[in-house]
Design a protein around this ligand. Structure first.
Ligand code: B12
Ligand code: SF4
Length: 564
């Protein structure tokens, strides 16, 4: 019998703190294994999923492979490049194949990407199941759309990983459909090949849930659909998920990648079911609460939750709504004006009925935004939509998006640059409802917008100033009870900043890093540990800790100048 070539795929996760099962690799393997010819010619090794700071840790696994295939995301591009180069050193005759959303689909950009990576034998953009199998069989690859759901879980692709690992806390992604009908300028999801929704067979989805709920080490299931709740059958899937939860007596945290953006009559029903069945729906952010609330382990949390009548009343649970901004012009420029944020109002009301906290995901400094419009957005979010927590992200320019298109950039006078992260950033804020995760950022390089038609660096400084006020005083709950008007209070605070040296010092630290990151240069190396943490921890320093430790002083000043 012909010796089978050994394939090692890898989807390396963000940090070594989380154990995301390598779902994308699993999808490729699951599809390929359905082809008898591939099984005759190839053997799949257990896919890689961890990202180690010490690349040599991959050595043993790389040694046994003939073909290395990696999933490239913006966060693991650098580490993938290192791993692939190590593979070529260990095995000069081995083949390296790249896939994933970070591979440009535009021919010129792809050529540029490939030229900079001579160690890559082939890079395949777009959806991978069919294309990768075609490549293995030396057929021209087509990027055809998959109709059946990949079934890596029920096919046993990850069984060995779970068996061998002595760590729990696995997170598992699951898709019930793929694609997004919208086409926001900053997102790769609705662009290019992923723009139409493909629904997967409900029975296949159910088989994945059966497997997942039978695993005691799965702590989170991420339903990564872009618009969960858009279809009626989404209600049935949650119904089945609840059935699994009861059958297996396994309470797993459920995270939604995205809920139906324009609202949906099914969403309140889904939320109701989730609440009545006490399913935890915490985002990573909310999980930090548990440390203080329930102790250190998820097991503690689970047993604590099981005791409750309704999980919705717990602080642990926080559902995410992705708004990005409320500024009409910005929504238009972002090609998002067909999404009406207000349509989520009934959903917000349902959350309120269940006393469920809501987090809104926002992007700070989308083209078209100004400091003043950003303040209006935060104000609207808090006062009109009644949302208590904002998670702001920096805008990254991703391949395969309109934002990365030179024509689009020309139209909105967008100037770009790259920032690189070195070292390890760590930020902890126990006791306050914020992030507390450690990051390994030594390999990251992101393209960002440094200016556009609506802002320059000084306007950005102001935008981040306003953001600071809400994030540190209100998001943290430190002074929420005092807030009268987000807009008026923020403006008053900055009007009197010079009279408050305690705050001035903190704000100046942030201003310095904003001026550095968005400086008018092609490249900035963000090498200071605190600055790295700043970018990755929802653009904040550990100012909440400083404020908490000096609450009396802070309160006196705020009472005098803001809440007088
Ligand atoms: C789960 C998820 C996360 C998780 C992390 C998951 C992990 N493993 O660590 C979390 C929530 C932490 C996360 C964070 C972020 N994420 Co995210 N995330 C996703 C999400 C929702 C699902 C990824 C997934 O598994 N998809 C399903 C698989 C099957 O699809 P896929 O990965 O694209 O794989 C297919 C093809 O690419 C290809 N393929 C994949 N691998 C290979 C390999 C080979 C050899 C071949 C041939 C083909 C191939 O075939 C696969 C099947 O068709 C996607 C959106 C989406 N639905 O894809 C965004 C997405 C991956 N995230 C994205 C981004 C930008 C981020 C953030 C940077 C956002 C931010 N501003 O903070 C952060 C990173 C933070 C950091 N510190 O660096 C972008 C990435 C774009 C890019 N160029 O990399 C995506 C695509 C969303 C978007 N808006 O465009 N994310
Ligand atoms: S941001 Fe959300 S709604 Fe817009 S294209 Fe991406 S997934 Fe779809």
């Amino acid at each position: 019998m012909m010796k089978r070539r050994r394939i090692l795929l890898g989807s390396l996760q963000i940090s070594d703190q989380l154990n995301w099962l390598p779902y994308a690799s699993g999808c490729l393997i699951s599809y390929a294994k359905g082809q008898p010819e591939i099984n005759q010619r190839y053997e799949f090794l257990d896919p890689l999923y961890r990202s180690y700071s010490d690349i040599s840790n991959y050595g043993d696994e790389l040694k046994s492979a003939d073909i290395l295939g990696l999933t490239n995301y913006v966060w693991n591009q650098k580490i993938n490049d290192k791993v692939a180069q190590l593979f070529k050193t260990i095995n000069p005759h081995g083949t390296v194949v790249y896939g994933g959303p970070n591979i440009p689909e535009n021919a010129r950009m792809k050529m540029n990407y490939d030229t900079r990576r001579p160690w890559v034998d082939v890079s395949i953009p777009g959806l991978g199941e069919i294309a990768f199998s075609e490549w293995l069989l030396n057929k021209p690859f087509s990027n055809d759309k998959l109709r059946e759901v990949p079934t890596p879980y029920s096919d046993g692709i990850f069984d060995n990983i779970l068996r061998k690992s002595n760590q729990g806390n696995f997170r598992a992604s699951i898709e019930t459909n793929r694609g997004c009908p919208y086409s926001c300028s900053f997102c790769d999801w609705g662009q290019m090949t992923r723009s139409k929704i493909v629904q997967f067979e409900v029975d296949d989805v159910k088989r994945q849930l059966d497997w997942l709920y039978a695993q005691p080490v799965i702590e989170d299931i991420d339903i990564i659909d872009a618009n969960y709740g858009i279809l009626k059958r989404d209600v049935d899937i949650i119904e089945y998920l609840i059935e699994c939860q009861h059958r297996e007596e396994n309470l797993i945290n459920i995270t939604f990648g995205g809920l139906a953006k324009n609202g949906s009559k099914h969403l309140p029903i889904i939320l109701d079911m989730i609440s009545r069945n006490a399913i935890p729906t915490g985002q990573i952010v909310a999980q930090q609460f548990t440390k203080t609330l329930y102790g250190d382990t998820r097991r503690d949390v689970k047993s604590e939750i099981v005791k409750r009548d309704s999980f919705a009343s717990s602080d642990y649970s926080m559902i995410k709504l992705s708004f990005q901004t409320h500024t009409p012009e910005v929504l238009k420029v972002a090609q998002r004006d067909n999404i009406k944020n207000d349509k989520l109002r009934p959903l917000i009301d349902t959350y309120r009925k269940h006393n469920q906290p809501i987090m809104s995901e926002m992007i700070i400094a989308l083209p078209g935004e100004t400091a003043s419009s950003w303040l209006d957005t935060i104000h609207y979010n808090h006062h009109a939509l009644d949302i208590e927590y904002i998670k702001p992200h920096i805008l990254f320019i991703l391949p395969n998006t309109a934002l990365d298109d030179p024509e689009y950039q020309k139209q909105y006078k967008i100037k770009t640059k790259k920032i690189r992260f070195g070292g390890i950033g760590k930020i902890t804020s126990e006791g306050t409802p914020q992030f507390g995760r450690a990051h390994r950022e030594d390999w990251h390089e992101y393209k960002i917008v440094r200016s556009c038609y609506s802002y320059d660096v000084e306007e950005l400084v102001k935008m981040f100033d306003y953001n600071w006020f809400y994030y540190n005083l209100i998001n943290t709950d430190l002074f929420r009870h005092k807030l009268k008007s987000t807009k008026k209070d923020t403006l008053k605070f900055f009007k009197h900043l010079d009279k408050m040296p305690f705050f001035k010092k903190i704000i100046e630290r942030q201003r310095k890093v904003i001026r550095k990151i968005f400086a008018d240069t092609a490249y900035t190396n963000v090498d200071d540990e605190k600055e790295i943490a700043f970018v990755n921890s929802s653009i904040r320093f550990n100012d909440d800790i400083i404020l908490k430790d000096n609450k009396e002083e802070a309160e006196k000043l705020l009472d005098k100048y803001v809440w007088n």
